[in-house]
Design a protein around this ligand. Structure first.
Ligand SMILES: [Zn+2]
Length: 84
């Protein structure tokens, strides 16, 4: 069964939902600068790029993303010949 990647690449300055924090991705440490390792600094909101909104995003006390069963995110396209 083919897998379709519908995710959006993450990059500094990519569009975000109005009012949400912007994305900042930068090198925190770098081997090229003589540091002992390459470490990236990531700063962004939880609702950035391709993601799933849990019920708790809009409903106080509702289920959060960590309580969502992963198989609910697996969708078989009806047009896929291998679909059940
Ligand atoms: Zn969201």
């Amino acid at each position: 069964m083919p897998i379709y990647d519908i995710t959006v690449p993450f990059r500094s300055g990519m569009p975000v939902y109005e009012g949400d924090p912007g994305i900042e991705i930068k090198a925190w440490t770098a081997l090229a600068k003589g540091d002992s390792s390459n470490v990236s600094f990531l700063h962004f909101g939880a609702h950035t790029g391709t993601h799933v909104d849990a019920p708790a995003h809009f409903i106080e006390g509702a289920r959060r993303i960590d309580s969502l069963a992963l198989d609910t995110l697996i969708w078989t396209s009806p047009s896929d010949p291998g679909a059940r």
